[in-house]
Design a protein around this ligand. Structure first.
Ligand code: DAH
Length: 357
């Protein structure tokens, strides 16, 4: 019996110094394994008589149970300790403030475009979008700028694949092609006689006026503090039977005053040249107060739509007349916020952009 008690005690001692499950399994093997001490004692019983086997077997079994109980206790203790450590390592401090989700916002030029659309929208102008890859026809020829016209060299054009040798496709150099695209769709809607052989069968019936702006990206081979190879324009077109320069002046003055939230602002129409308008004018504005006061600032090109362009819209210039303008939303944004380098808009620097939220 003493021998058995000693084995149980040494098992308990071995288990208690095991600090990992692997240690514990090794210790277990020493007592309960194939050639463990308890197992050896069992094997040793073979030579005993039946009665001896009974009493000896019962005693060994009691010791074995005591060792198994000690083993299970230690297993549980190790598992508890392991769990405690894990809980501590993964502890959450629920009193910490939550992580903020960064707040995005619109790009300053997008804010300007939204503003332009809202203002002209309130004056009854539709808003149209068009392709940035244009054909030579819409970008130049239809706008009274035939091949070899000197005005073409005013635009440093990015040409792209497609089109023909003499009329390659290009990245639109201005939003003016939208004048033609939009007007043709409009006229088609109201004219049964119109067909697509531009300029041949002209519509001279009645139709609602064309009133549209077309904002979007435009491209020229140009890059410095005030020019970017990609920039924005917004085209405006108003065509009807009785639309004059007076209307242009009224509409554009109203737009500028609303856009800059200032009645302290005057406009000047300075004679200029564009192939698709006749007469043509640059529109300059001047603030009477504030940091920009007293300087004439160019904001748009404009003019009365040239009869050839009216024809390319499928309209009879004897009946229809109108005005067009093209302005630079990038420049309007610079003026509104006092930004002096256009490139800041396109660098994508969050420190700059977040100032407009
Ligand atoms: N498309 C011209 C440019 O990019 C701007 C312009 C001038 C547009 C006169 C117009 C206009 O509609 O009437 O330089």
């Amino acid at each position: 019996m003493n021998e058995l008690n000693a084995i149980v005690e040494s098992a308990k001692a071995a288990f208690s110094v095991a600090v990992t499950p692997a240690d514990l399994e090794n210790a277990k093997a020493q007592f309960l394994g194939k050639s463990g001490r308890i197992t050896e004692l069992m094997k040793g019983m073979a030579a005993l008589s039946v009665d001896e086997k009974k009493s000896r077997g019962a005693a060994i079994n009691l010791s074995k149970q005591a060792i198994e109980a000690a083993l299970n206790d230690r297993r549980q203790a190790l598992a508890d300790a392991e769990l405690q450590m894990q809980l501590q390592a993964e502890a959450l401090d629920v009193t910490l403030p939550g992580r903020q989700r960064g707040q995005g916002g619109l790009h300053p030029v997008s804010l300007t475009l939204e503003r332009i659309e809202a203002i002209f929208g309130s004056m009854g102008f539709d808003v149209a979008q068009g392709p940035e890859i244009e054909t030579d026809w819409f970008n130049f020829t239809a706008l009274n700028t035939p091949e070899d016209h000197p005005a073409r060299s005013m635009h440093d054009t990015f040409y792209v694949e497609g089109g023909s040798q003499t009329a390659p496709n290009l990245l639109r150099t201005h939003t003016s092609p939208m004048q033609i695209r939009y007007a043709v769709q409009h006229v088609k809607k109201y004219s049964k006689v119109f067909n697509s052989d531009q300029g041949k069968s002209l519509f001279s019936g009645a139709m609602p006026e064309i009133r549209v702006i077309a904002p979007g990206r435009t491209y020229r081979v140009d890059s410095d503090a005030t020019h970017s190879p990609m920039f924005h324009q917004c085209e405006g077109l108003w065509v009807g039977e009785n639309v004059s320069f007076k209307d242009l002046k009224f509409v554009f003055t109203d737009f500028c005053r609303t856009f800059f939230e200032s009645d302290d602002l005057v406009l000047r129409f300075r004679p200029s040249f564009f192939p698709f308008t006749e007469p043509s004018a640059e529109i300059d504005i001047q603030f009477q107060t504030g940091p920009l006061a007293g300087r004439w600032l160019e904001v748009a090109g404009s003019g009365q739509v040239h009869p050839n362009v009216i024809r390319n819209m499928g309209l009879d210039p004897e009946r229809y007349i109108g005005f067009a303008f093209g302005m630079g939303p990038d420049r309007l944004t610079m003026l509104r916020y006092g930004v002096n380098d256009l490139r800041l808009f396109f660098d994508g620097d969050i420190r700059f952009l977040s100032q407009f939220q």
